[in-house]
Design a protein around this ligand. Sequence first.
Ligand SMILES: [Ca+2]
Ligand SMILES: [Ca+2]
Length: 138
Amino acid sequence: MVSTATSKIIIFWGDGNGNFKQKSEVTVPKPFVHVVDINVGDLDGDGTREVLLIATQGHRPSDKNFYKGYGFLKLDIVKRNLVKPILLESNKNVRWFPWIYVCDMDNDGSDEVFSFVVQRSLDRKKTGKPAFYYSSPN
Ligand SMILES: [Ca+2]
Ligand SMILES: [Ca+2]
């Protein structure tokens, strides 16, 4: 699975012999067009994991909103078709850390998703303070 600079998510499907001739693709909805991390987790605790995307605004450093804000999206895959990603939570203004971590933090059977703030003055070390936290409303 890859993300491209054209806001697309592409999955290349293998045939079990090292060949990836089939592909499926979908475009991430605006304004969160720049996907910076992909992960998987079972948000609703139904035993099936969802594909999770974290995206920000702006593709290039010259873009006014480059790496500003976040959109947290769920991508459903039906057979080999990708459904248009659903925005679960977003903020257009915050600064944040681009990688998401997924685990069941409270042991209730559904995964939580989080990301850490980076302290830029300390050689970009993580502060341990959450920049983003998502827990399914179930
Ligand atoms: Ca699930
Ligand atoms: Ca949980």
